[in-house]
Structures are given as structure tokens and as C-alpha cells.
Design a protein around this ligand. Structure first.
Ligand code: THU
Length: 163
């Protein structure tokens, strides 16, 4: 028997001004995207902004549905849009933020499991880390070096290869 463990490292910043200007811009783009979320059911508006290697920033927000499970998170809207508009262009960074009209979101918002799976697909595809910035409406910003660390032992395309 062998015992194994995973460790996740992340940085936390107490204010946005501690970040580089490009990263501030990405978080601001996510904040702006959250304003256009369609979240009448949860009233929890999420925005996501993706920086591509070609310098473009692609954004998305959560899109809910009366048939609740048919809705989709901000991260997947942004990621699928990026991949559909810029196929083959490496994804460098993603920022996620959220606000609610009903309470203050003062802790960082992390991608759900399904979004981690989707984001990790592109990290594997481009053999390149996707850096993550997470922030609530206010409060600290968490920065993670890659998606893989948020999804240890992930299922990936390599599991589908015949040996
Ligand atoms: N949501 C996102 O868009 N991204 C996340 O990281 C967490 C949750 C959305 C899904 C749903 O529309 C609402 O937030 C409440 O769960």
C-alpha cells in the first residue's frame, strides 16, 4: 500500500492594486461581463474573462434557464466562446468574479467541478498552464498557477487512448 497526497498552492492578494496592470484589466473585464449575466433564478451573477495568446480578451457570464440544469456557468460560456471563435489559440489566463443583489460576495468565487473539467481540457490541449484569478464582489483575490491543481487525478483525453 502507498499513500499519496496533493498540495495546492495559491497566492492571495488583499487588493487589486497589488496585481500587474494586465491582470487588473482581466479582472475588470470579468466584472463588466458579470453585469450582463442572465441569472434571474439564483440572482448570483458571475463574470469570466479569458486572455488568449493573441492578446484578445474573451468574456462570458452565467446563463440560467427555467429548466435549471440547462443553464451554464460563466467560465464555460467564455471558454467555449473562445474556442469557437479562436480555435487553436492558446489560453493564457482566466479571471472569475461574481456579485449578488441579495448579499455581498466577499470571498473569491472558484469554478465548479464541471468548469474545472472543461478548463482542464484546454490546458491539456495546449500543453500550457492557464493561470486563474478569483475574486468576489470585494475582498481578497486568489491566484492559482493552473487549473490542474484544482482537479487532481482528472479524467482526460489520455484516458481514452487505447494502449
Ligand atoms: N456559477 C458560475 O457561473 N460560475 C461559478 O464558478 C459558480 C456558479 C453560476 C451558475 C448559476 O447560474 C449561479 O452561478 C448559481 O450557482
Amino acid at each position: 500500500m502507498h499513500e499519496h497526497s496533493f498540495q495546492i498552492n495559491y497566492k492571495s492578494y488583499s487588493g487589486i492594486n497589488e496585481l500587474a496592470q494586465d491582470d487588473i484589466n482581466l479582472i475588470e473585464a470579468a466584472r463588466k461581463a458579470a453585469q450582463n449575466a442572465y441569472a434571474p433564478y439564483s440572482k448570483f451573477s458571475v463574470g469570466s474573462a479569458i486572455l488568449l495568446e493573441n492578446g484578445k480578451i474573451v468574456t462570458g457570464n452565467n446563463q440560467e434557464n427555467a429548466a435549471y440544469p440547462s443553464g451554464i456557468c460563466a467560465e464555460r460560456v467564455a471558454m467555449f466562446y473562445a474556442s469557437s471563435q479562436y480555435p487553436g489559440v492558446k489560453v493564457k489566463k482566466i479571471a472569475v468574479t461574481a456579485f449578488s443583489k441579495e448579499f455581498k460576495v466577499n470571498t473569491p468565487v472558484a469554478p465548479c467541478g464541471a468548469c474545472r473539467q472543461v478548463l482542464s481540457e484546454y490546458e491539456n490541449l495546449y500543453h500550457s498552464d492557464i493561470e486563474l484569478f478569483l475574486q468576489g464582489q470585494e475582498g481578497p483575490i486568489y491566484c492559482l498557477k493552473n487549473i490542474g491543481s484544482l482537479l487532481p487525478l482528472a479524467f482526460s483525453s489520455s484516458d481514452l487512448e487505447k494502449h
